[in-house]
Design a protein around this ligand. Sequence first.
Ligand code: AMP
Length: 436
Amino acid sequence: MSGSRRPDIRPEGGPAGQIQKIQAPRGTQDVLPEAAAAFAVVEATARRILEPAGFQRIETPTFEATDLFARGVGEATDIVQKEMYTFDDAGGRSITLRPEGTAPVCRAYVEHGMQKLPQPVKLWYLSSFYRYEKPQAGRFRQFWQVGVEAIGSADPAVDAEAIALQDALLRELGAREVRLRIGSLGTPQTRAEYRERLQAHLRDNVDRLSAEVAARIELNPLRAFDADDAGTREVMATAPLLLDSLAGEDREHFDEVCALLDAADVAYAIDPTLVRGLDYYARTVFEFSSDVLGAQSALGGGGRYDGLVELIGGPPTPGVGWASGIERMLLARDTPAAVATEVDLFVVFDDGLRQDAFTIVARARQAGRAAQMELAGRSIKGQLKHASRTGARFVAVLRQDGTVLQDTETNDEIPVEGGADGVVAAVLRHMGPGSL
Ligand code: AMP
């Protein structure tokens, strides 16, 4: 897309001059009311778990300068090479819809001088992200993540705390058959040395590798561990492992993260082949998956990114974080019973009494009660049927010759005097003051 090109906004005519239906773009989905209610549960649960642990909410812009991700996520990654929604805006700047949350949060950390705050600065977000991926079950082009970033401390307790909180979130949301794998990538130096040994192993066996893996030996040899073709897998079975080459402080850091997880009773398996798709990870990496999810089994993951803040122009600053896919967390749990909206009062009325009904609803809402009224011109019979469909506790019936309040729990009919205030007072007498 080019900044100078303007979209054609004329409606498209079909063959018979009919306007064609417009559908949501491929890979996107409408969050319909039932799903929105489930999203709200995720948000409330995340807040309840993360905020008492000192994480504060942050939201960054939906789009950023393309360079943030090119540098922060890494030129060689699948995300930057193939999956970004990038375009020039009308001012000629290259803009990208955020494909992930860590680089933007680190940018905000630097931009707002958060290194002057007590460290680590602990932030959480719940946002939508955009990747041009092949849509399939559990994989979308716009998807939602809840995530945390703890920036400013290299202490292994920060890693372990973050992992334990992600574990708690998945547990609390009822995700089934969850497994946690953890590993360590060491520091960039250990990784660079290891990378050369791995490249040598891949080159020695190049004729057994898939074409894609063979083409990426120089650019991204670690990705060979992710391949699923038989030839590459055989070669990788005898490949040197990064975890075996961890030494000194890297080894101590990893051992301490594991010991802290043991101390908090978080179950995990050490996976020496764990690779994460993003370039910026150093030391701890981890991934939660669920066996009930099928091919797209990753529920969420993260790791330590000690070089990232510096890479995007800030001072050398360690950090660790994770993100969990909201759609996948919801797919991995048993479907809970739908929670119906509670209605305290529904107002049914005869012709000519719409304004009275409207006043009652407004006053009831001011008094903190959930109130609704007829909005579709139904007959009185139809209105009563609809009122009962909403599950309203009280139904006010306004007729030219008087108003009656029906208590749907006891089936009592209470005559009401005193107009709108009388109706609301009667409801409050029975239900107590509202709390909306
Ligand atoms: P990542 O940022 O790639 O580590 O992703 C973290 C989590 O977000 C994954 O474990 C998934 O649960 C979720 N996720 C990533 N990409 C997508 C996608 N295209 N559609 C839906 N969920 C995704």
